[in-house]
Design a protein around this ligand. Structure first.
Ligand SMILES: [Mn+2]
Length: 262
């Protein structure tokens, strides 16, 4: 298992400065957040290619997520969203990342009078993203997201139903297991058990079980030694991406200790 770091904590800093600063952190994997002032474009892709070459680390990309709802019931809005996501897929593919991580869609405000419409659109958009990813040689992994936001897929049983609905199309769709998000549902163990064959990528950040605070590792109430033990038990080999918004150095140190590296 390799320690990784998401650029989420420094999204407010200029992209070029961030790339330079990443060299200061002792990690083996970086997750680039394709969002806001760091949105990928040709220049940023070439800067990243350069940085990876010199450093020899592995990479993942987090898809745009602000204002993004792949289950949007408005055709014109969904069209714009899918265009944005497909652009992210095409640019990300040039970086040859391990995974491109995306969020499930959001429940429709008219979902009560139009039952299942959002669920169906969520499936349709997922299939479209899978197709675009296949055409670009990119692997993608859907992430479990937290309460109290009205996402369609938060709980393990919802993911189970989702994969059943996707059928054969879901074979290529793996999962990014966000430990902090699962802690809010009280479903950490359940996710690891039920999706041991689907989890290929992880997000690590802490919280107190009440809200999605993205704290540093060890700054909340998550039982991290247990998580590492569980991930070892299922033979997890992917990256452990620190997605905290603060205490980054401390989080890296904490993870190194947990992995027995220091
Ligand atoms: Mn996450």
């Amino acid at each position: 298992m390799r320690i990784g770091l998401s650029t989420l904590f420094c999204l407010g800093k200029p992209f070029q400065a961030v790339i330079k600063r990443l060299n200061e952190f002792d990690v083996e994997h970086v997750e680039i957040v394709d969002e806001g002032p760091h949105a990928l474009n040709n220049l940023r892709v070439s800067l990243l290619k350069e940085a990876i070459k010199t450093r020899g680390i592995s990479l993942s990309v987090h898809a745009p997520f602000a204002d993004i709802n792949i289950a949007s019931t408005s055709p014109i809005i969904r069209h714009a969203i899918m265009r944005r996501l497909k652009k992210s897929i095409r640019l990300s593919a040039q970086l040859n990342p391990e995974y491109w991580v995306f969020h499930p869609g959001i429940q429709s405000a008219v979902g009560d009078v139009l039952p299942n419409i959002d669920w169906k659109i969520n499936l349709k958009s997922t299939r479209e993203l899978l197709k675009e990813a296949r055409e670009n040689g990119l692997r993608i992994a859907i992430e479990n997201v937290p309460d109290p936001f009205p996402f369609l897929l938060k709980r393990a049983e919802e993911f189970k139903a989702f994969y059943e609905s996707l059928g054969g199309d879901g074979v290529d769709l793996n999962m990014t297991f966000d430990v902090g998000h699962a802690n809010i549902n009280g479903q950490i163990e359940e996710f690891i058990e039920k999706f041991r064959n689907k989890i290929v990528h992880t997000h690590f950040h802490d919280n107190n079980g009440d809200m999605d605070s993205h704290l540093g590792i060890g700054f909340g109430k998550i039982n991290w030694p247990r998580i590492i033990e569980d991930l070892r038990r299922i033979n997890y080999r992917g990256a452990l991406v620190i997605e905290s918004k603060s205490n980054i150095e401390e989080s890296i140190q904490a993870l190194k200790e947990l992995l027995g590296l220091i």
